[in-house]
Ligand binder design. Sequence first.
Ligand SMILES: *Cc1c(COP(=O)(O)O)cnc(C)c1O
Length: 339
Amino acid sequence: MEKIDWKNLSFGYMKTDYNVRCAYKDGKWGELETTDSEFLNLHMAATCLHYGQEAFEGLKAFRGVDGKIRIFRLDENAHRLSSSCHGIMMAEFPIEKFREAILKVVKMNERFVPPYESGASLYIRPLLIGTGAQVGVHPANEYLFIVFVTPVGPYFKGGFSTNPYVIIRNFDRSAPLGTGIYKVGGNYAASLLANKKAHDLGYSCEFYLDAKEKKYIDEAGAANFFGIKNNTYITPLSTSILPSITNKSLMTLAEDLGMKVERRAIPIEELETFEEAGACGTAAVISPIERIDDLDENKSYVFSKDGKPGVMCEKLYNKLRGIQLGEEEDKHGWITIVE
Ligand SMILES: *Cc1c(COP(=O)(O)O)cnc(C)c1O
């Protein structure tokens, strides 16, 4: 068996031993199946290829300080996938089956769960697609759920640090009554040009404003936004952002730390008043924001002058990482241990 260089993993695809699948046909989900194939045999008229019937999830498994494998908030991902399926008229995958599939794929690929010391983790990617053939615009009659895993490196290679972001005004990721609240591939297709523009300009990622009024901060390409001031954690309430499980967890931890939590619209000008700000999601937990540039308005909102993350960002990050790695007590029942 090949040796994996855990210290130099990036966020990319690596073939692992098995993936788990489940097909929906004749109005019901079948049994979970295991395969070592990385490929699908798909009808060319499948709705996922034409009409975007595709939803996905992203979660992680960690090797803890005690050597046990922990999965973070698995049921939240199961429910969010159901919501995404409902949103684009796909068959919903049962919560219990989701749980079973995730535990199975992690267990079967146990040798790919990076060691505790490496800071790396096992990324788990469930997806659900319309496989039934359809030429007219209709939902498919057949679906396929797949979950694969791939080991990924730590997000912060040189230690917890800040990054610059940019507001992209001439693109919208999602509309107020659109699919932004669902984790569907179509939203990502809509973000690729803006994302490339941000990267070409040297930024870590793009930020979107609300599509209707262009007045409020929505979220980054694949991460929610939060700001901190006066011992308060403030994060946007918007119908066009994805309900991040990391953000939800950070709101709970902020309260545990004695902070106030507010979910409300955040006008762009308010950025000026935050003492700290972060982008949050499964990949990084928190990516502390150095600054957000609003190029069209010739403005720059700076949250860190020395490139160091703020104290509250660091506290929240350490708390959440600690729970994921079994160093901190799992008070809220967020962890599933893979036996
Ligand atoms: C997945 C995702 C996030 C982060 O959600 P987590 O559950 O915290 O990983 C944020 N924004 C978008 C658009 C996403 O797709």
